[in-house]
Write a protein that binds this ligand. Structure first.
Ligand code: NAP
Length: 287
């Protein structure tokens, strides 16, 4: 990659910005298409978010990814927000276009692409349990309900948070039934009856489990949003019990591809992005 005065700049903002896989994935995409574009990680503190956005806009940046802790707060500084990002109350992609700062959320789209393309799973008429009730759970619940999921169980350690998530979205969807649960009670029975189980808690980075794997069976598709390690213990245990599994790196790949397409208005070179992501994850796992 040769950086010149003509290079179109993109990047990711968050704080603290630890290990991020997006630069490797996005720069591989630019290289694959021979684009004079570059993607850089930029730690931005919350108190500087407003000036950082204005600064990056005046420097001619084309787009950004937005990560923790700015995904919600950034909404206050945007000229336009996509309808999905409005519903999700969070933005993970910014496009600087025609002097406007426009916000999008590609997490839902990324999750759906992983389900459909790699899991060969259609939400319509099916039942899902989402473990966790944070930002990722909200995007996933929305995209599943938009795709006519029959029932969505939001399972969370803090029940009040699950209740508030459901209260804020359920009235939009007449064809989807929402229920909230904590990790005790009749969870095994509910899990047994679902088609799709999504771990949207961070539990798994350290090899821990958020539910008893003996509740899993061959009728389940199990998705873990945690992507380091690539195959978490939850996914290993699910596979051992005959369930289909989808690793979190796929949502990461497809949400990144959707951001790329918003900025460049070009179809993303998915296989080049996938290869770069896989290589980087393998290096991480060896180190
Ligand atoms: P978040 O808003 O902070 O929500 C985290 C959720 O996990 C909360 O509901 C929290 O429950 C629950 N939780 C945290 N620790 C827990 C524990 N020890 N036991 C049980 N529940 C626990 O985070 P988020 O943005 O939704 O992200 C969640 C995870 O998804 C993160 O690991 C993130 O890296 C990953 N993610 C991956 C992708 C991808 O592309 N693969 C995309 C987005 C996010 P309480 O309400 O009780 O605190």
């Amino acid at each position: 990659m040769k950086i010149t005065s003509q290079t179109n700049l993109t990047g990711i903002i968050g704080y603290p910005l630890g290990k991020t896989l997006s630069p490797v994935m996005q720069n591989a995409a630019f290289n694959a298409l021979g684009f004079n574009w570059a993607y850089v990680p930029m730690p931005v503190k919350s108190e500087n978010l407003d000036v950082a956005l204005k600064g990056l806009q005046s420097l001619g940046f084309k787009g950004l990814n937005v990560t923790m802790p700015h995904k919600e707060k950034v909404l206050a500084y945007l000229d336009e927000v996509s309808s999905f990002a409005k519903m999700a109350e969070a933005v993970n992609t910014i496009h600087f276009e025609d002097s406007k700062i426009i916000g999008y959320n590609t997490d839902g789209r990324g999750f759906l692409h992983a389900l459909e393309n790699d899991g060969h799973f259609k939400p319509e008429g099916k039942k899902a349990a989402i473990l966790g009730a944070g930002g990722a759970a909200r995007s996933i619940a929305l995209i599943l309900a938009l795709n006519e999921m029959d029932s969505i169980y939001i399972v969370n350690r803090t029940l009040a948070k699950a209740e508030s998530l459901v209260a804020s979205i359920k009235d939009r969807f007449k064809n989807t039934r929402f229920e909230v649960l904590s990790f005790g009670d009749n969870l095994p029975k509910i899990i047994d009856s679902t088609d799709l189980i999504v771990n949207s808690t961070p539990v798994g980075w350290e090899g821990d489990l958020v539910i008893d794997p003996d509740w899993l069976h061959s009728g389940h598709l199990v998705v873990d949003l945690v992507y380091i390690p690539q195959e978490t213990r939850l996914l290993q245990e699910a596979r051992n019990r005959g369930a289909k599994i989808l690793p979190g790196k796929l949502m990461l790949l497809y949400q990144g591809a959707a951001s790329f397409e918003i900025w460049t208005k070009t179809v993303a070179p998915l296989e080049d992005m996938r290869k770069a992501l896989d290589e980087e994850l393998s290096i991480n796992e060896k180190s």
